[in-house]
Design a binder for this molecule. Structure first.
Ligand code: F0G
Length: 454
């Protein structure tokens, strides 16, 4: 077995608390069986997300001390702009307060009522913004992309035949743009290949349509391209990143993920696109040189973007995820394979065959794992989905418990604790029952909703 060895040392630490099980049970009840509503004072290993929780480097922290406070024209912005141009290879850099703010602006600027947006897979906030602007999301992944157990290297690929069919069916005027999400979040952090980007680009060129890249997890996707796509096995990450971004007309990202700080950005080379977004940016985010971020965050983001080109930074999370996934898979626990980015994704329907999907097995599994271990994961299944126009749950394609591995945060022994507790829970899975709503918000219900055991 390959042991992933940390290529960094720990210099600032935070004490964790492993509460007794009775207290964890009470905390879970208090949180309405929704891990989003837990207080981290009750959480041992916080694997909810990597968003804003990746470890910062010494260079990032020190850069924050030289930040230049200014409403307009801050030197901090120009330093970040230079870093973003260097890493993503695009000229115009629009700063935003986080990824979904970029989605708001891109959706308002480029989607009209009745448009469709084909993509490899949606992300929750992406879809919501697109629909608010009258667009319809079309997911055109390959037929086997959602297979839980798989040896397919690029399950995040767009199916080119399906993409062509979208243009034939709707006509290119109705296609707002084609969106590719790096390390496809909701289907298990699965990457797409460079070849797939080239093929998608060719279809976009043929139809004179814009290609948009969600680069929130681009470092990891680039890492997988290097690992899994022969042509790139000796390539440098910085060149892979530049080639990927080169195919897109517009790149946007959540910096909470990509450079482990706060904020986000939108990049393009086209003046026409820039002008369509510029005034919305000032309206929703703030002036063009801060976009809702503090200057300290902007400085750390600049350093973080450059660190994304460092193999030892971006391979850390995928290699720990692989260690967890391979160990759980070997023990017979149903997990998404091959291991992807962002987290270890446990297949809740395979885990809890006795809990019907209408009773939210992924949510139930997230709550149960917290109670037995103090580990906080995130439901990525039907609770994270929506209801149809008749009020019926749209059952999620995959029902997942996501155990995120924020970059350079957890040690190998903590990872082994996770593996041990998940295995124990699998051996005792009949203890777990389903959930039902107590309080269900109408939009993005998974964030604030409250449930109870049935
Ligand atoms: N796009 C992708 C692919 C994401 O994973 C996220 C956030 C966003 C956009 C939105 O960015 O949070 O900065 O507004 N993903 C986080 C997660 C929340 O936990 O997976 P944001």
């Amino acid at each position: 077995e390959q042991i992933p060895v940390e290529q960094h040392k720990v210099r600032i630490v935070q004490k964790l608390f492993l509460r007794p099980i009775e207290e964890r049970k009470a905390a879970m009840e208090g949180a309405g069986f929704n891990t989003f509503l837990l207080n981290t004072k009750d959480v041992f290993l916080d694997m909810l997300t990597d968003s804003g929780t990746n470890a910062m480097s010494d260079n990032q922290i020190s850069s924050m001390l030289q930040a230049d406070d200014a409403y307009a024209g801050s030197q901090s912005f120009y330093r970040m702009e230079e870093a973003a141009r260097e890493v993503f290879g695009k000229h115009y850099v629009l700063p935003v307060h986080q990824g979904r703010a970029a989605e708001n602006i891109v959706s308002q600027a480029f989607i009209k009522q009745g448009d469709v947006i084909p993509m490899n897979y949606h992300f929750t906030t992406t879809k919501e913004h697109m629909e608010l602007n009258g667009g319809k999301v079309l997911e055109i992944y390959a037929d086997d992309a959602l297979d839980i157990k798989s040896s397919k290297k690029f399950k995040g690929n767009i199916d080119i035949a399906k993409l062509n069919a979208v243009f034939e069916k709707y006509g290119k005027e109705k296609v707002a743009f084609v969106r590719m999400e790096a390390s496809t979040n909701l289907i298990g952090g699965q990457p797409f290949s460079m070849q797939n980007m080239r093929d998608v680009r060719a279809v976009c060129d043929k139809n004179d349509t814009m290609m948009v890249l969600d680069a929130s997890l681009i470092g990891e996707n680039a890492w997988f391209i290097k690992q899994r796509e022969d042509e790139f096995k000796n390539a440098e990450i910085k060149d892979i990143l530049l080639e990927m971004c080169g195919y897109a007309d517009l790149v946007y990202f959540s910096s909470r993920k990509v450079s482990s700080t706060r904020g986000g950005g939108i990049l393009t080379d086209k003046n026409e696109y820039y002008l369509k977004m510029r005034d919305l940016l000032v309206l929703y985010e703030g002036f063009l040189t801060y976009g809702g971020m503090s200057v300290r965050e902007i400085e750390a983001m600049a350093v973080g973007l450059r660190e994304t080109c460092d193999d030892t930074v971006i391979n850390q999370s995928p290699s720990f995820i692989k260690y967890a996934v391979d160990n759980l898979d070997e023990a017979g626990v149903p997990v998404i394979t091959p291991a992807g980015a962002l987290g270890c994704h446990v297949d809740a329907m395979g885990f809890l065959k006795h809990v019907p999907q209408e009773q939210y097995p992924a949510g139930a599994l997230a709550a149960a794992l917290y109670i037995v271990s103090g580990i906080r994961g995130m439901e990525r299944g039907t609770i994270s989905s929506v209801r149809d126009e008749n009020g019926k749950d749209i059952l999620a394609d995959v029902e997942l418990l996501r155990l995120a591995f924020p970059r350079r945060v957890f040690t190998l022994s903590q990872t082994m604790y996770v593996i041990d507790r998940v295995k124990w829970l699998y051996d005792n899975r009949e203890l777990i029952g389903g959930l039902q709503w107590v309080e269900e918000p109408p939009m993005l219900r998974f964030f604030m909703g409250r449930l109870e055991p049935i």
